[in-house]
Design a protein around this ligand. Sequence first.
Ligand code: NAD
Ligand code: ZN
Length: 239
Amino acid sequence: MEEVIQEAKSKVLNSKRLVALTGAGISAESGVPTFRGKDGIWQRHRVTDLATPEAFAKDPKLVWEFYNWRRNLISKVTYNPAHKALVALEKIALHFALITQNIDDLHRKAGSKNLIELHGNIWWVCCSRCRFKAEDRRVSIPFPPVCPECGGMLRPNVVWFGESLDMTILNNAVKEAERAETFLVIGTSAVVQPAASLIGIAKKNGAFLIEINLEPTEVSSISDISIREKAAKILPRLT
Ligand code: NAD
Ligand code: ZN
């Protein structure tokens, strides 16, 4: 284990283009539940009821209650040593990019700068009818939230299951993955597409893959190094 960590550290510190992809696992130790882990959110709520455009069309109040519950939870937690380690690596690396699937804003709160949020941000709302978008940090948004531009219903500015990602954001992430020399994959089950495909793209373009996850995942077999440990324990040791 010690040797593997040292090898990972040397790759991370000597790489000219360092890119990280994070998932819900990096925020687990901050107290934000993951989707698929043992205490995953969806064991208490069915994803199909809450995080899809169909659910919002059918019962927007229920979907807003769920997001207000998540806003409340996220407002009470903060970043952990894993988020902080990525901030430190951004300062050390010649080029660094952080691609996240998380919507919890904890990377920004920790101080990460070159951040690509693939699935949006829970503290932003957007209109379900027009192009209006705004930051709204209220912990609980009264129902129904109305668009100031067109009177349509506002929704969380996050990507739901079955929805497409913003093309500009995805293209930026693909470019980073293609050019990465070392690619860190942290706390993601690597099953949500197209986010997970970035890992294969990085690998195909010659990146050295380092995975940090409590469990084996879809991409463990293509990883050059797989560390089965908590992100908050390992990442600070790579800085
Ligand atoms: P996931 O729930 O599918 O997988 C979480 C992964 O993290 C698992 O593989 C698990 O083994 C690992 N893990 C758990 N604790 C860990 C720790 N302490 N250290 C290292 N690894 C740990 O999450 P995902 O892959 O990000 O996928 C799914 C979707 O979930 C994304 O679309 C994302 O937007 C959404 N999501 C976001 C949040 C958040 O913003 N914090 C929370 C839940 C889900
Ligand atoms: Zn509108």
